[in-house]
Design a protein around this ligand. Structure first.
Ligand SMILES: *[C@@H]1O[C@H](CO)[C@@H](O)[C@H](O)[C@H]1NC(C)=O
Ligand SMILES: *[C@@H]1O[C@H](CO)[C@@H](O)[C@H](O)[C@H]1NC(C)=O
Ligand SMILES: *[C@@H]1O[C@H](CO)[C@@H](O)[C@H](O)[C@H]1NC(C)=O
Length: 788
């Protein structure tokens, strides 16, 4: 068991990637000869045997061993046989050694003093020369300081274990004389700095375990002297970032672990200095995004771990590009990771194993599969997978006629744990195994979906700080994303399904490049050209994949932000409330206080009829705020029949709507219901109630009449439009409620005058039941798109 110790230490340090060093040792252990008797006079209570032993460079020895472990010894038992090779004194109560005794052991190669009470290393090394000692175990003692030349009496030492002590200072020349040291474990101590001078005496060092020390920053060129170092473990240190030259000089480094630190970005610049790196462990850090070019130039990288990151939300386009040796990629157990860009992995010609289980992924785009020619296995279980067209490649019979050989390749990829790789959407396929669903069962449509894990419903930010909101959505075809600010400003590309009226609808802002938002841009209101002046002169930045950044946040940026993802099939929206904390007041105030700073917008919006045709009418409105739950309802006004009321949701940031499928020569009443959001529980009830529906009435044009009957001026307010209409038709009478939703009284009155018209045949949407089944919602989205 004791032989396996180095392996266990490695595992403890979570450096799974560097276990490769020890694996061969373990392999041999299976076929080991057992201990042989050793006929010497053994100290009482100890066991003396010939036992198998491996040197640090993995050479097998039959070692005369004295085992005095776990005996609560306070002093050494005698006599120790002179030919002792291994002396085990683990788990005793020793605080000093009779060094004269050790002096009589010229062949001692392995001395284990771990789990004792040594507080000074001098009491061991003083005056005793141990010319054969290769391995010294001093872990779990009480050492607090290493003086100069601490180990100079052990010139052959190859392994030195000092982990789990109280070391808080190490003299610059503490390791002087250890010319042959291969492994140094000083992890889990109380060191707060790393001194480059320590390592000058260690030209042959191959493995350095430094993790578990509270070092917040590494100095530049900390490891410059370690030309032979192959494996470096910097786990659990509290590193927040890495200086550009922190890793300079590590020319032989193959394995590097940053497990459990506080890195917020991949330390790309520092990693560029370790060109030979093969194994990289970035697990359990605070990285939010894996960004384009993060692993640039790491052409020898074979295995990469990006697991257990609480904050990781997205793997961006070309995040891993041109890594010709990469064979294994692990991105698992990241609870917020919901998005992997279809082109996230480029030129990874040797990638064989892709581990993506236990994230929040709804799908893995087919492009990802097609871009990995050597892929053999993929692990996707424990994700909320969407079994629709995004996942067609994985379906049981994905060999569709229109799918080329690429899909076939994807089919050959082995699923790890296929029995646990289940659909969670759509409802009718829930809990089915992905690989057993046929492509016929998978819906052909791919509406955008913004995963709930990527955007929280509330984000607090300090005044003057930087606000970053990540919105991502997968769909086929790829969706466009835009944001709507609290003041109703739309940030993003102009609607692609733009008007025919306006020849070139000036795009408000393009997402394909970084931009500055200034007051010259206008809100793109869909079909109607409008020029609502953009009051804000604030600097917003929209990054390519849908991230909104606001620098130097002030109270006027507080409020509701809505992300909209849209493709030709439909749209999805998600809103987040941003609260701005004052600088002086720390966190004492509750949410209410944060929202006190919400700018006060007009609570109403003027609904106008912009254009009326035989079968359609274009309505537009202006509102100085973001109202993501806005609905439009309309009904025909007939004499006798009870006419149905139709409702449609309006996408956030939209300021006009083309009502289609209307009956000709018919009166309609349309109301705009301004809504904020289900998610905005932070907004007071009173404020919500204060938003009243805006209504307007009009009459569609006469069927096939050549002359234009009614030209409505866009300048007219709703009341004026209504008055004008009824004045023309009835020559008198204009009773207009204006802001009552039902308006029953007025309706009754008009009904007596109106002639009968058949009820409309074309039903658009009847969406009175909010929060109905998902399918209905999808239909709503689909229809919504047709209409607008
Ligand atoms: C030490 O090992 C050498 C070579 O194996 C051997 O010749 C010598 O006798 C050993 N020393 C003692 C004190 O046993
Ligand atoms: C954004 O605006 C700032 C200052 O107004 C300017 O320095 C910068 O160049 C602008 N960036 C772009 C991409 O236009
Ligand atoms: C509104 O919809 C109708 C019917 O689909 C269409 O004929 C008309 O061109 C649309 N108007 C605009 C401005 O898009």
């Amino acid at each position: 068991m004791r032989i396996m110790r180095p392996t266990l230490v490695l595992l403890q340090s979570q450096c799974l990637l560097c276990v490769f060093v020890s694996v061969c040792v373990l392999g041999v252990l299976g076929s080991l000869p057992h201990a042989l008797p050793w006929h010497v006079s053994c100290p009482v209570r100890c066991v003396c045997q010939i036992k198998p032993w491996f040197s640090p460079d993995s050479v097998y020895h039959e070692a005369p061993t004295v085992d005095c472990n776990d005996l609560l010894l306070t002093k050494l038992l005698l006599p120790i046989p002179p030919n002792t090779h291994t002396l085990r004194l683990q788990s005793n109560l020793l605080s000093e050694l009779d060094t004269a005794v050790l002096h009589g052991l010229p062949n001692l190669t392995d001395l284990d003093l771990s789990q004792n009470r040594f507080s000074r290393v001098w009491t061991i090394t003083q005056s005793s020369s141990l010319p054969s000692l290769l391995s010294l175990h001093l872990e779990e003692n009480r050492l607090s300081h290493l003086p100069e030349a601490s180990f100079s009496s052990m010139p052959a030492l190859q392994e030195l274990f000092l982990s789990h002590n109280n070391l808080h200072s190490i003299a610059p020349g503490a390791f002087t004389g250890l010319d042959f040291l291969l492994r140094l474990h000083i992890n889990n101590n109380r060191l707060t700095t790393v001194d480059p001078r320590w390592f000058r005496a260690l030209p042959r060092l191959e493995v350095l375990m430094l993790g578990g020390n509270p070092v917040e920053a590494l100095p530049e060129q900390a490891f410059l002297a370690l030309k032979s170092l192959r494996s470096l473990v910097l786990g659990g240190m509290g590193l927040r970032g890495l200086a550009e030259k922190a890793l300079e000089g590590l020319d032989g480094l193959e394995s590097l672990s940053f497990y459990d630190n506080l890195l917020t970005k991949v330390p790309t610049q520092a990693l560029k200095r370790v060109q030979g790196l093969k194994f990289l462990d970035l697990n359990k850090n605070r990285i939010k995004l894996i960004e384009t070019g993060d692993f640039q130039g790491m052409i020898h990288l074979k295995e990469l771990g990006l697991n257990n990151m609480e904050e990781l939300v997205s793997i961006e386009k070309a995040a891993l590009e041109n890594l010709p040796e990469l064979t294994k990629l692990e991105i698992t157990n990241n609870p917020r990771l919901s998005y992997i860009h279809p082109q996230a992995f480029l030129q990874l010609s040797k990638l064989e194993s892709l581990m993506l289980n236990s994230n929040s992924l709804s799908a893995l785009h087919q492009h990802v599969m097609l871009s990995l020619p050597s892929l053999q296995e993929v692990s996707l279980h424990s994700n909320p997978l969407r079994c629709d067209c995004l996942f067609h490649w994985a379906a049981e019979d994905a060999s569709h006629p229109h799918n080329e050989k690429g899909t076939q390749t994807a089919r050959l990829v082995r699923f790890i744990q296929p029995q646990a790789t289940l659909c969670s959407e759509p409802p009718e396929l829930r809990a089915r195994r992905v690989r057993e669903v046929s492509s016929r069962e998978m819906s052909a449509s791919c509406l955008p979906m913004i995963p709930t894990s990527s955007l929280p419903s509330y984000v607090g930010v300090k005044e003057g700080g930087k606000l970053v909101l990540h919105c991502r959505a997968l769909a086929e075809p790829q969706p466009e994303l835009y944001w709507v600010t609290p003041s109703g400003l739309r940030l993003g590309p102009a609607p692609s399904h733009a008007s025919k009226g306006s020849a070139a609808p000036a795009p408000c802002l393009t997402a394909s490049e970084r931009f500055n938002y200034t007051s010259t841009s206008s809100i793109s209101p869909g079909q109607v050209q409008d020029d609502i002046p953009c009051k804000s002169s604030k600097l917003y930045q929209l990054l390519p994949e849908g991230t909104l950044e606001i620098n130097k946040v002030t109270h006027s940026e507080a409020g509701l932000y809505t992300c909209v993802a849209e493709n030709v099939l439909g749209a999805d929206t998600r809103s987040v409330t941003v609260g701005v904390h004052s600088r002086e007041t720390k966190r004492k105030r509750g949410l209410g206080a944060n929202l006190k700073g919400f700018p006060l917008f007009r609570a109403d919006a003027r609904l106008e009829v912009r254009e009326v045709g035989e079968h359609y009418a274009i309505l537009s409105w202006q509102s100085g705020r973001n109202l993501p739950l806005t609905r439009l309802s309309w009904h025909a006004i007939y004499s006798k029949f009870h006419t149905p009321t139709y409702t449609t949701r309006i996408l956030a940031g939209t300021q006009s709507f083309n009502l289609t499928h209307l009956q000709a020569e018919t009166f309609y009443r349309v109301c705009l219901h301004l809504g904020i959001s289900e998610g905005t529980k932070h907004v007071s009830r009173r404020r919500r109630e204060s938003i009243k529906p805006q209504c307007v009435s009009f009459r569609t044009k006469d069927a096939s009449e050549p002359q234009p009957s009614l030209q409505l001026s866009p300048e007219l307010t709703s009341t004026a439009v209504t008055l004008l209409l009824f004045a023309i038709i009835f020559l008198l009478l204009a009773v207009q409620g204006g802001d009552s939703e039902h308006d029953k009284e007025a309706e009754k009155l008009y009904n007596t005058f109106l002639r009968e018209i058949n009820s409309p045949k074309a039903v658009i949407i009847n969406q009175k039941t909010e929060g109905s089944s998902k399918q209905q919602k999808q239909k709503e989205k689909l229809l919504l798109h047709q209409v607008c």
